[in-house]
Write a protein that binds this ligand. Structure first.
Ligand code: NAD
Ligand code: DAU
Length: 354
């Protein structure tokens, strides 16, 4: 048996494939464009009979048709996306293309393939669309967490493009009966996250004694989930979720950015003290806020817990300590992904050397 994963060279895709194969899962065909965010080195050690990497674009209908016909996967797990909110603000076009047109293309190719499948393959087939809690917009400080019934109110070009994917996925279930599952997960952290995102950026800048750029007042709240918990949730939904349903996944760890940074700095103060007794937190600088910055996300995962038995296994303090240690002890990985493109992004975004 085979599953087709898109975006498998990225942060969550890599962890999903590693977790899936470690649990004895079936062979993976990994369709990924290998953009700046995709790193083949993450999975290069996997045997070819377990992992086939195909470099290509999810907007390429002919390629999707060929992969589905040739490999006859039992499921498609669609993770490929442009994923960084700040990049969607400075350049939204690639987000519209990959996240909307790419999702549409994959849904269309999958529908054509699925409609031609004989039973029981057809009944067992699944299409998992990996979406985000950002489609729900921003919460007031005392508002209850997002449920699957919260209104869709995206605020950035990134979240709007992901929400468009949600709507397309839903329509393919309602209109064509394609067995679609949708997940909305909160902020992930852990190994292999590209260091444009908050937690790895803060860790590698702190290790390099560079400024730690905090947007605005740093009081924005995110609900942090370790990526290994997220990929466990994805496997549960893929294996046991009900077609047509959506599932929220959160980490039970709401925390303001400035507090997350404080925790990272305290961990580093112990693990790698700075010279002269200075604190890593002294490197923090408040910079101009992100336009349209969502103030708070929080996720209610009660449905995933009651229906599929999901509970995050990492506490935030333990997961964060393990993540800091991973970045501290994997300088070669950090070096391999902080290419010229990365340095150029850092210069443009923060007006500093990357
Ligand atoms: P990422 O940016 O680390 O990885 C994205 C991957 O998609 C990369 O390997 C990239 O090469 C690939 N890709 C981009 N455009 C492509 C295209 N046109 N065709 C094929 N491949 C392409 O992203 P991530 O953080 O791993 O997120 C994966 C998915 O999970 C995304 O759909 C994202 O919206 C969703 N998500 C992320 C988070 C989070 O906190 N990171 C939380 C919830 C949901
Ligand atoms: O909620 C899920 C989403 O989480 C995913 O769908 C996105 O793909 C993922 O990128 C993430 O979006 P955020 O915008 O919440 O994550 P990011 O790591 O970019 O930022 C986290 C918070 O930290 C946010 O409030 C902005 C802030 N921040 C970020 C950066 C990069 C800073 O203060 N300084 C920074 O330099």
């Amino acid at each position: 048996m085979t599953i087709l994963v898109t975006g498998g060279l990225g942060f969550i895709g890599t962890n999903f494939i590693l977790g899936h194969l470690a649990a004895g899962g079936d062979r993976v065909v990994n369709l990924d464009l290998a953009t700046y965010a995709g790193n083949y080195g993450n999975l290069a050690h996997l045997p070819p009979e377990k992992h086939l990497f195909v470099r290509g674009d999810v907007c390429d209908r002919g390629l999707a048709d060929r992969l589905l016909a040739e490999h006859r996967p039992r499921a498609v797990a669609h993770l490929a996306a442009e994923s960084h909110v700040d990049r969607s603000i400075t350049g939204p076009e690639s987000f519209v293309r990959t996240n909307i047109l790419g999702t549409f293309t994959l849904l269309e190719a999958t529908r054509a393939h699925w409609e031609g499948l004989p039973e029981p393959e057809r009944a067992g087939f699944r299409f998992l669309y990996v979406s985000t809690d950002e489609v729900y917009g921003s919460l007031e400080p005392d508002a209850p967490p997002f449920t699957e019934l919260s209104p869709c109110l995206p605020n950035s070009p990134y979240s709007a493009s992901k929400a468009a994917g949600d709507h397309l996925a839903r329509s393919y279930f309602r209109t064509y009966g394609l067995p679609v599952l949708v997940t909305h997960c909160s902020n992930n952290y852990g190994p292999y996250q590209f260091p444009e995102k908050f937690i790895p950026l803060m860790i590698i800048n702190a290790l390099a004694e560079k400024p730690l750029p905090v947007y605005g007042d740093g009081r924005q709240v995110r609900d942090w989930i370790h990526v290994e918990d997220h990929v466990r949730a994805l496997s549960l939904v893929l294996d046991r979720g009900v077609p047509g349903e959506t599932y929220n996944a959160g980490g039970l760890a709401e925390c303001a950015n400035i507090e997350v940074l404080g925790r990272i700095c305290s961990i580093l103060d112990l693990a790698r003290p700075r010279q002269g007794g200075a604190r890593h937190m002294d490197l923090a600088v408040h910079v101009t806020d992100r336009p349209g910055h969502d103030r708070r996300y929080a996720i209610d995962s009660a449905k995933l817990e009651s229906e599929l038995g999901f509970r995050p296994q990492y506490s935030f303090p333990d997961g964060l300590a393990a993540t800091v240690e991973w970045y501290r002890t994997n300088p070669a990985w950090v070096e391999s992904v902080t290419s010229g493109e990365y340095r150029e992004w850092m210069r443009r975004q923060y007006r500093q050397e990357g």
